[in-house]
Design a protein around this ligand. Structure first.
Ligand SMILES: Cc1cc2nc3c(=O)[nH]c(=O)nc-3n(C[C@H](O)[C@H](O)[C@H](O)COP(=O)(O)OP(=O)(O)OC[C@H]3O[C@@H](n4cnc5c(N)ncnc54)[C@H](O)[C@@H]3O)c2cc1C
Length: 410
């Protein structure tokens, strides 16, 4: 965006007497969802995105019941998108069934579906109804200055903008995270090669498959129509050198693990692997995560490995809790703005830490570690996953938010 962005200096009026000016850095799922939530609640929100266009790369993400509930609260219509899932089968690479997770039990207990949705579709749905003038592309933030009455964000073209509040939803290598002095993300030693492939006879299937071997795992998850999300996880280190023919590396590690995997391996080419691998990172969760009128949301606050596919869902839960903090602040029940932000961070921290810790366990990466799971009943494993999701999802607060939104719309 050329030229100097000038904005009215934040005034010192009581915040509740005018719409607070909220700056959001990053237009990923986190940035777009918090923008939707705060616009819904009457704030003056602008999202700044470094990329020239909004387009989602990569494959698909799993939206679990906890994330789907927040999308509903944000008015994002997910009807007909992606593929609803009913179970996840876990196998060993030698063809032994380890467990079947019954997702319908999770859906019954948590009250919302589990679906696999291509990232591009999720982005479209999040953007639907979000005023385009609220998103400024080509705006790469390079600096943040905090003031007693707000924040100033500086961009790489020399321009700047001021606001009352800055939400860093700028992902793994967040600039805002640097400003608050939180530690950078650390690689976990694993990576995913992943993407979407078309398998015409898969249409309508709602069973996802994970196959775990001695030194890696793969997943094949239907993502709507005849699209299937595939992933192949392998060890990774920062000195990884990309092979000239990555497909050969993948085939040599995973051929023969399952019939479906062999079909996918036969179709994939080096072009399909062009954007992979995606190394797995994990952030230490800072305490507190922000300061003054700054806070973090989504991967900027808590990048975690994709095991359990919770990253996007946790960004959505951040959104729900931050909107609640802001709404309590406005109604005068949550102190001043920094106190409301610290309440959001403290409320999220234990849940996020638990999810991040579980996502970092090596369970999905070694057949030997998972073997005892074959002795546990599917019912017990499903129950444990349901309880884990329930505990991590602020169910009571979520019900309260849904009730308040329902009452506001009556
Ligand atoms: C291989 C893999 C598979 C995954 N699968 C799943 C899954 O199945 N389910 C799930 O829930 N999660 C999954 N995740 C995690 C999920 O992708 C992330 O948790 C989620 O995308 C986080 O969204 P976000 O908006 O916080 O960050 P991002 O999506 O990273 O968005 C950050 C945005 O900020 C912008 N930005 C960055 N720096 C700046 C700057 N300085 N100025 C302006 N803009 C900036 C970026 O361009 C980007 O658009 C997976 C992750 C990986 C790596």
């Amino acid at each position: 965006m050329p030229g100097l962005r000038r904005s009215a200096k934040p005034d010192r009026n009581a915040p509740s007497s005018r719409a607070l000016k909220v700056l959001v850095l990053g237009a990923g799922v986190g940035g777009l969802s918090i923008a939707r939530g705060l616009l819904r609640d009457g704030y003056d929100v602008t999202v700044f995105e470094q990329r020239p266009h909004l387009q989602a790369g990569g494959g698909a993400v799993t939206i679990w019941s906890n994330g789907e509930t927040v999308l509903g609260q944000l008015g994002v219509d997910m009807t007909g998108s992606g593929q609803l899932l009913s179970s996840v089968e876990v196998w060993t690479s030698s063809g032994r069934r380890l467990a079947t997770l019954d997702l319908t039990a999770i859906v019954d207990r948590l009250g919302a579906p589990v679906r696999m949705v291509p990232r591009r579709v999720l982005l479209e749905r999040l953007l639907d109804g979000l005023p385009t003038e609220r998103i400024r592309c080509n705006s790469r933030a390079v600096g943040v200055v905090t003031r007693h009455d707000g924040v100033q964000v500086e961009f790489d073209d020399g321009s700047w903008v001021e606001g009352d509040l800055l939400i860093g939803a700028d992902g793994l290598h967040s600039v805002v995270r640097d400003v608050i002095g939180a530690q950078p993300a650390e690689p976990t030693g694993w990576c995913s090669w992943q993407g979407l492939v078309t398998l015409p006879d898969i249409a309508g299937q709602h069973v996802a498959q994970v196959v775990v071997g001695e030194r890696g795992n793969l997943g094949l998850w239907p993502a709507g129509g005849s699209e299937v999300q595939w992933w192949f996880d392998l060890p990774w280190s920062p000195d990884f050198v990309r092979p000239e023919r990555p497909i050969e590396l993948i085939r040599s590690n995973f051929a023969g693990w399952s019939d479906a995997a062999d079909r996918v391996l036969a179709i994939l080419t080096d072009d399909d692997l062009a954007h992979s691998p995606y190394p797995h990172f994990r952030h230490p969760i800072p305490r507190p995560r922000g300061h003054g009128a700054l806070t973090l949301l989504g991967d900027a606050a808590h990048t975690m490995p994709p095991t359990f596919a919770q990253g996007t869902n946790q960004a959505l839960l951040d959104t729900m809790v931050l909107c609640k903090a802001m709404s309590d602040f406005r109604s005068g029940t949550n102190g001043d703005l920094p106190s409301a932000l610290r309440w959001y961070e403290k409320t999220r921290r234990p849940r996020v830490m638990a999810v991040s810790r579980v996502a970092s366990l090596q369970v999905a990466h070694g057949e030997a570690v998972l073997r005892p799971a074959a002795m546990v009943s599917d019912r017990l494993i499903t129950w444990a996953l349901t309880m884990f999701l329930r505990t991590a999802s602020h169910c009571r607060l979520s019900a309260e938010v849904s009730r308040e939104l329902g009452a506001a719309h009556r």
